[in-house]
Design a protein. Structure first.
Lengths: 383, 383
DNA sequence: CTGAAAGCGCTAACAC
DNA sequence: GTGTTAGCGCTTTCAG
């Protein structure tokens, strides 16, 4: 009676379903669906659906009755997955990060960026799904998770994950990636910013500069024999920044010694910094790919008994919150990660809209400015 | 010919589908599905599915041919949504945050917690979906987004969002919430930690202490006439910490003046701190619900020309990374947000497993310890 | 205002 | 090995 009794209107098909369902969910209450409510109230499944999605399509009384029944039976409303299947959209947008998901919560630049994305997305009702670029256990998030569009934020060089996203034909926004005519892209003027940093050192009289960079092939560690050549396959941002450093240094006739840091962390950076600073003659300044690496350089200098900036100048990049937490405070190149996030989120919602409307629409290409911020870690070349 | 030609095996049903599909996706290429590949290769849809999911269920040659065709036609593999529907799981777990999603990227405690969750989830291949507790535009993430389980991390008092999750019957882990026998819960020993903080001040001779707290009803601002009573409807953590403060203070015969801060931010906290410190006689110490509020208190003291800790002591809670960034560094109660995240993620994956197996399994209840960390912001009561 | 039909794209089960 | 049957839970026509 609890199930079969009050459902005279349901066809054999649905009766069959109920039975199957009851068998399928052993030991648990048979799942409540639109049909359950429909059977109970004695209307069609469609009317129940309308009660939830189109209040104006049925009488207020009918709707109230349906909603009450739904509530009594513990029905929470249309199943998100089923709805997503038929509607063709999931209500979530993805952010493709590195294989280390937690990076998005640890790095100051990433959190600023993501906070902006979250702020921008909130009002739209879209949720944010973090995708790691490398899924184990056979599942590849970029291929197997339902999202309506993705912000490709930071991914490894050989980004299989990114390739999957492209193949899936999802609306994409490339953030800090090599611009691709097919997609919207948002980034900062890395090349110019790098030039500013290098020029700053040149202006201070430095003619022998060490460069600490990461973002190259995973295998690479230590001094680069021919930085320009080796950088060819690197991450876009790394290539841009390196090029900016080198162009200015070379034009000024300064000697540049570039070391590649295996992973983007202060620990690894300190190690390379020690190598660079151990040379004779010692470079008078260190130009770093990021503030994170610069923080490592600072530690190395301290360990070696070198005063910053008196013995050696250190310049970072990003103006990570970290930059003002270390001592001395870092001279760096400022980027507005929050603005980048806002722009990226907007570009994606825009892409989502045009994808839905079928309009082709030229993808935007945003390049945010960078700016030199002189603090305490840089000074005139010694001697 | 491109579609109808090489598909003699497909029944009328599928021919019909193709046509409908072609009409549906106006101006865009008809979507490639399992059926498209099946028609092209001349096998059944099921065989194609097996090629992707069960390599051992078909000949290597057949599989290779299918995969090649799929690749040629730009098929990326089974649609995540359709697969989720039929499998009953989406591959993503949710985190319910406040209505301000970005909070998860801004607050030090939240980022530590989430980083741990991300670290723990990575290897499982599950993705992380951030759910805001308040969705506008008619969509309620907690009700409308497909997830397999949720970490209820931080939600407003009247959490409708949380109620939806419960109704949906999703596996849940309550973090920093009032433990509920039906769900696993993870939290810290807030009450004990609060006692430690209060006792520290009592031991230093303070007998007139201001309390800065948040987490009560949104309307409440300013001094609380009867803190214990008013706190009855508050957030669990706030209630616990307040109780700890009060119990110790009262037992020591100290006078306590509690002010409620409208929102959890240093700005609002500074305002209340100014009020408390403007009283005559002035409290000799401030006990704060969090380091964020304590940072506000520090600013207020500075603005009023009061020296910390000489004129007034300030004690925080959480040992937020922020605690050592302010001057003077905060005496606080340390909690291990990362450990909390790890425990929560484990509890959820465990809950997911038992939910799937149908085993009832007693939900865990984890309470992590707290510890007093004495730094520079607390000292002997003046006078 | 309500309902019947037709599928969204896929997979578990079982038959051949 | 491969195909058939029978749906997962829902919404979009389009009739009444």
């Amino acid at each position: 009676m609890p199930d079969a009794g009050p459902a005279p209107a349901s066809g054999g098909r649905y009766a069959g379903r109920s039975a199957a369902s009851a068998v399928a969910t052993i030991a648990s209450v048979a799942r409540v669906t639109l049909q359950t409510i429909a059977d109970e109230v004695g209307v069609s499944r469609m009317t129940v659906s309308n009660a939830f999605n189109r209040p104006d399509q049925l009488s207020a009384a009918m709707r109230a009755k349906i909603l009450a029944t739904a509530d009594r039976l513990g029905y929470t409303g249309p199943d998100p997955t089923a709805r997503a299947l038929v509607r063709g959209s999931s209500g979530a947008i993805g952010v493709l990060l590195t294989d280390d998901l937690a990076y998005g919560f640890r790095d100051g630049v990433a959190t600023d960026f993501l906070a902006a994305v979250a702020d921008e997305l909130g009002p739209t009702g879209l949720s944010l799904t973090l995708l790691s670029s490398e899924g184990r256990d056979g599942v590849v998030p970029a291929r197997d998770v339902a999202v309506d569009g993705v912000l490709v934020f930071s991914c490894s060089l050989d980004s299989t994950a990114r390739d999957w996203l492209v193949k899936r034909g999802l609306p994409l926004v490339l953030v800090d990636q090599e611009p691709d005519p097919g997609f919207a892209s948002v980034g900062i003027d890395d090349y110019h910013g790098a030039r500013l940093a290098a020029q700053h050192l040149v202006d201070l009289g430095h003619r022998h500069v060490g460069i600490l960079i990461s973002g190259g092939s995973p295998g690479t560690v230590g001094r680069l024999a021919d930085p320009r050549r080796e950088a060819e396959g690197w991450k876009y941002v790394s290539r841009q920044r390196l090029a900016g450093f080198l162009d200015v240094l070379e034009a000024a006739g300064a000697e540049a010694v570039a070391h590649h840091v295996a992973e983007h962390g202060d620990h690894a950076a300190a190690e390379q910094a020690r190598e660079i600073l151990g040379a004779n003659p010692r470079p008078t300044a260190l130009l770093c790919y990021s503030d994170v690496l610069a923080a490592g350089a600072l530690r190395a200098a301290e360990d070696m008994g070198l005063a910053v900036p008196d013995d050696v100048s250190v310049v970072g990049f990003d103006d990570n919150p970290l930059a003002t937490r270390v001592r001395p405070e870092l001279t760096t190149v400022r980027q507005d990660a929050y603005a980048k996030g806002t722009a990226a989120a907007r570009a994606l919602t825009e892409a989502l809209r045009t994808a839905q409307d079928g309009e082709p629409a030229e993808p935007v290409e945003v390049v945010l400015p960078t700016e030199l911020v002189v603090r305490e870690s840089s000074g005139p070349a010694p001697g």
